[in-house]
Design a protein around this ligand. Structure first.
Ligand SMILES: Cc1ncc(COP(=O)(O)O)c(C=O)c1O
Length: 429
């Protein structure tokens, strides 16, 4: 075959790979980063990550990581994670959530992502159905990777964008998995005790209905942000509320968001041993372990209760300060009759915002027709980057946005609100 023909030849790949769609969030963030590199000042609130200069990892964790490298802790870790880290994770969830799990019911991996993927491909055959709320983070991609089918529940602002038992019930007979996340990325809202109890009860009833040779209905419970709840909000989880669900719930947890440690890559799952063992086998073939020095360090750090509590208290204060200030700023804009609404912050590092000025005209005489026009105007005129909810599965015309405070200084809060007000002020309604 000639070189020319080789160059032109389409290299066919699997249908799964061919049809994989990239992350909308990463695409948007990359565009903004590119503009910032070219010198444009943009308040970039698109990233679900932390600026380590503003939100560094805990000092003691950093010291232990360095120490572990110097101590030559650099060979393969055990496939399910080093025992000391499983003991520490067990201690951490027992102390903070009151949950009792055996050591062999834990699996350590390189963050939450491989554990979510492993849960999907452990539980689901091609064509099996997964129920998940929309907007939510990345379930559409995990559905695609695992060749299963999605049942999306379009959630409502009046429910803080959380799914309800009534919304889930009509689909439950067909499903193998319900993927829940609380606190939720992108909304920063949480499942209330009552709502979660009602969903759990649905699952219990459904599993009682299914015969022993049928696959049961499982819950994937992603609680990556669970340490970050504010004010009166209390994190709740399925097994604490309904212990009889223990055989059917796989928890996803880790350091990434709880300790501002997204680049450290330490996550853990806990759940029924039979499922966790399968997940371990799958991930050991992929090699998605958490690096051993980080495991050794996290194992020590999570046992330092006073250090952990004092870190969490400072860290949460800083996050809450930013969320509350943004909320106050957007409320002020709403009171001045600008077309802005905001859901009171409950948890995580996100604020849910509605900005909708479709129908308005810019100072240059351009009509704002679509939500894409709204986003473009916010970015071009107010210099604020937000992630529209369509990036999390909502419709293209959803007027809701995610604002992340992870890279934002207190000055950024004030300046970006002022910048938005100036931009809104230029519009003719
Ligand atoms: C809800 C949720 N779960 C899981 C993850 C993945 O976490 P990790 O970085 O530990 O892979 C993220 C990351 O943004 C997330 O928002």
């Amino acid at each position: 075959m000639s070189e020319v023909m080789t160059a032109q030849r389409k290299l066919h790949v699997s249908k799964m790979a061919e049809n994989l769609i990239g992350s909308e969030i990463i695409k948007l963030a990359a565009e903004i980063t590119q503009r910032m590199k070219q010198g444009e000042k943009i308040y970039n609130m698109t990233i679900g990550d932390f600026d380590p200069k503003i939100f560094p990892i805990p000092k003691k964790l950093e010291e232990e990581i360095i120490h572990a490298y110097r101590n030559n802790e650099t060979n393969y870790p055990a496939a399910n994670g080093i025992e000391r880290l499983r003991i520490a994770a067990q201690h951490f969830i027992k102390k903070h959530q009151g949950l009792d799990y055996d050591l062999d019911e834990f699996l350590i991996a390189g963050g939450g992502r491989p554990l979510i993927y492993a849960t999907y491909i452990t539980l689901l055959d091609a064509g099996d159905k997964v129920i998940y709320p929309v907007p939510s983070w990345n379930n559409n991609h995990y559905v695609h990777l695992s060749h299963c089918e999605k049942i999306e529940i379009q959630t409502k602002p009046e429910n803080n964008f959380m799914p309800t038992a009534d919304e889930i019930a009509p689909h439950i007979k067909d499903a193998t998995l319900i993927a829940l996340c609380s606190p939720l990325n992108p909304t920063g809202t949480t499942l209330s005790k009552n709502s979660l109890q009602e969903i759990c009860d649905l699952v219990i009833t459904e599993n009682n209905r299914r015969s022993a040779d049928q696959k049961p209905l499982y819950i994937l419970f992603d609680q990556l942000y669970w340490t970050l709840t504010f004010g009166e909000i209390k994190h709740c989880d399925p097994v604490s509320l309904r212990p009889e669900l223990k055989d059917y719930v796989i928890y996803i947890d880790g350091l990434s968001k709880a300790f501002s440690a997204t680049g450290i890559r330490v996550g853990w799952s806990f759940g029924p041993k039979q499922i966790i063992d399968k997940m371990k086998s799958i991930l050991s073939h992929i090699g998605a372990w958490s690096p051993k020095p980080e495991q050794v360090a996290a194992a020590k750090y999570l046992m330092m209760d006073d250090e952990v509590n004092s870190f969490l208290s400072d860290y949460k204060n800083k996050i809450q300060q930013r969320l509350d200030s943004f909320y106050a700023g957007f409320k002020m804009l709403q009171q001045k009759n600008y077309p802005v609404e905001c859901i009171a912050p409950q948890a995580a590092i996100y604020l849910t915002l509605k900005i909708d000025f479709r129908g308005a005209t810019t100072a240059e005489g351009n009509k704002i027709n679509t939500m894409q026009d709204v986003s473009d105007y916010i970015l071009d005129e107010a210099k604020i980057g937000l992630v529209p909810f369509y990036a999390f599965g909502s419709s293209k015309e959803s007027p809701w946005f995610r604002l992340s405070i992870g890279t934002c200084s207190m000055d950024d809060v004030k300046n970006s609100i002022e910048s938005l007000e100036r931009a809104l002020n230029k519009l003719k309604f």
